[in-house]
Design a protein around this ligand. Structure first.
Ligand SMILES: Nc1ncnc2c1ncn2[C@@H]1O[C@H](COP(=O)(O)OP(=O)(O)O)[C@@H](O)[C@H]1O
Ligand SMILES: [Mg+2]
Length: 263
């Protein structure tokens, strides 16, 4: 094992528990145990990365928190409520941007507002600000097909910000992008979460990305998915991308790899 495993968790800088899982199990059909006995406790303002090999139940955990699927046993709570249906205080983002291609960037960002009420000038101002926050100033009236894959994900992120949700669930949002674009978006997301201070659960199978962004990394094992270890990442924020080459960072990488490799 790597030398710096932090045995005691210090979560005093964060708020109350926002997302809680107690012994959560999900079985698909009769035989596929996607998640087994997962326990987690995510605090207000925390950024949690969830890593693990393909098929280990990361998306399943996220969908349970979002109320998109039902648990088999155990409890999932969000803000102390048992999750029984999709919640409006949660925003989601996926590997595919899922933009409407006949709508401009800003019209896509305005969708969550449109679902709630008639669009106001305030919504439009907010959408412009959300697009600026993700680095798309000047591209507000472009259509998705005029934007690169990375820019489309930025639009999806702006749309997520537009919801105003305090809880953001992100399922491999940069998984389909090239390394260079992924790294740039990691840096941008670092800045954005610093501003929003939302509680974030971020799924990835990229270990560097997981550590760079997170306050804690939850490491999952192959099916049946279990949370094998939760590792604190104590670098100060905002973090420069250069921390990725530091010795401390690489010790944490080793620690994650050890956990993944020993199951
Ligand atoms: N709707 C479903 N019906 C049946 N099996 C499913 C369903 N969703 C996921 N699974 C299975 O559950 C396991 C975990 O899937 P998933 O949570 O998508 O993994 P990950 O996101 O870590 O790649 C996999 O074996 C997958 O095939
Ligand atoms: Mg998945």
């Amino acid at each position: 094992m790597a030398a710096t495993a932090k045995k005691t968790e210090d979560l005093s800088q964060f708020g109350q528990t926002v997302i809680e899982g107690k012994n959560v199990t999900k079985v698909f059909g009769e035989t596929v145990t996607a998640l087994e006995g997962a326990n987690f406790d995510i605090r207000a303002g925390e950024f949690i990365s969830l890593v693990g090999p393909s098929g280990c139940g990361k998306s399943t955990l996220l969908r349970l928190v979002a109320g998109l699927i039902e648990k088999t046993s155990g409890d999932v709570k969000v803000n102390d409520d048992l999750v029984t249906k999709p919640r409006t205080d949660i925003g989601m983002m996926f590997q595919k941007a899922v933009l409407l291609d006949w709508r401009t960037a800003i019209e896509n960002v305005l969708l969550p507002s449109e679902m709630k009420h008639r669009i106001t000038q305030e919504d439009k101002d907010k959408a412009m600000a959300s697009l600026e926050l993700v680095g798309l100033k000047g591209f507000e009236f472009h259509f998705p097909k005029q934007l690169s894959g990375g820019m489309q994900q930025r639009v999806a992120l702006a749309r997520l910000i537009q919801t105003g949700a305090d809880i953001m669930l992100m399922d491999e949002p940069f998984g389909a992008l090239d390394e260079f674009t992924r790294e740039r978006l990691n840096v941008e997301l670092m800045r954005i979460v610093g501003e929003l201070k939302a509680t974030t659960l971020f799924v990835t199978h990229n270990i560097q990305e997981a550590i760079y962004l997170a306050d804690r990394v939850m490491v999952m094992t192959p099916r049946p998915g279990k949370i094998a270890e939760i590792i604190e990442v104590k670098f100060e924020r905002p973090r420069d991308i250069s921390i990725q080459t530091s010795r401390e960072f690489n010790i944490i990488i080793e620690q994650v790899r050890d956990t993944l490799g020993s199951h």
